[in-house]
Design a protein around this ligand. Sequence first.
Ligand code: FAD
Length: 398
Amino acid sequence: MSSGTSVAVIGGGIAGLVCANRLSQLGINNTMVFDTGKHAPGGRCSSRQVMIEGRACVFDHSAQYFTVTDSRFAKIVSYLHRKGVVKTWCGKIGHLKTGKFSEDKTLTQAFIGVSGMKDIPQCLAESVNLKQSTWAGNISWESELRKWRVDRHGYFDYLVIAHNGKCADKLMSNAGAPQIHKLTQVRFCQQPDMKDKRMQLCSIWALLVSFSTSLKLPYEGVHVEDADISWMANNTAKLRDTSRPQTSTNECWTIFSTRQFGSRNKCPQENIPPKVEREVTSLLLQAVKRVTGLSELPVPNYTRVQLWGAAVPMNVLKTREECVFDSQHNVGICGDWLTSPCIQGAAVSGLALAEKINKHYTGSDRSSTTLIPEFVMADGETIGAFPTDPNMIFKPSK
Ligand SMILES: Cc1cc2nc3c(=O)[nH]c(=O)nc-3n(C[C@H](O)[C@H](O)[C@H](O)COP(=O)(O)OP(=O)(O)OC[C@H]3O[C@@H](n4cnc5c(N)ncnc54)[C@H](O)[C@@H]3O)c2cc1C
């Protein structure tokens, strides 16, 4: 069934792309996804490719890996697996505390994009109408028409807010759906304050660093405790194509700071002053040396720092409803901050909102979700949640 109903999805991260795909499966295929990403969609599930000494090198610079415990998400992962887009990460992943590595015993399976996490949004974007490199800056609810106007892109029957942070707060501030705006208000901090009834986000620095010789560390990904860094991963080992011979000793690492370090060293993320860039690079490299116990680090042949200003939500909606929907104004929200700050959380939220819009459109459920901005602490590590279920070893279906 195909419908004339139109939906504008603002944000082409995992939540927005999954929502648009599901809407299309449900017959609502007049959907347009707007995303700011210049080179690719994906938001916080993306990779950076750079040339280092004549070789193309890939760094996963946001999401590192993901886990699967939800059967609806498992179907999406099966689809991605069939398309050759995801695989399991077989290298050692664990925790590093006071220099001691211990494997993550609770982790049953870790999934990654075959040639970088960017593969996942790229695949999901293939079947949607995507307006890339497009910033939605002005939207309004036209109550007489019962439609949403999105910049100069026209009118839509439904609006999906699939992003968070300052952007969503600003975008919704005068849009004509005040309850939705309340839910998008944010506070940036390093520790959540449970009395504050706003979404609370932390900031994290990423250091992408390459060495021409291997660090020879016995792990490929570690959540780091008691240091200025919270995570480090060897992209070269993680993304290696094992069917090909290894021809280089170059190693590309992604290092993430703690949220405390992110707060202490905050600056405009679009315009990092060179002095801050140098200082942050040096501090994070010192921390790498300390936590790995290496007597010396090789001199890097590439470094780049990036600030994720609105990195990871530290709280989630108290109701744990997987999406938000205001039936008076035909507007919904999906994203990782509604149930769980991770790829699975974002995907499940996108699915739930698509179902909700379809039910509203067909008249089988005209209700709103709870629109009360009440939050509880989110579970997980500094870089998000990794839900696991010891009884669920996921086998992607054929
Ligand atoms: C450093 C870091 C490491 C992480 N590591 C992991 C991990 O290992 N595993 C894991 O599961 N999760 C991890 N996460 C969390 C995970 O990345 C997120 O939970 C998930 O990607 C969120 O998806 P989303 O679709 O909700 O939001 P986003 O990915 O943020 O997508 C929102 C999109 O909307 C776009 N946008 C914003 N404003 C506008 C506008 N006005 N107009 C148009 N487009 C707009 C943005 O550019 C973005 O592309 C990590 C996050 C960070 C920051």
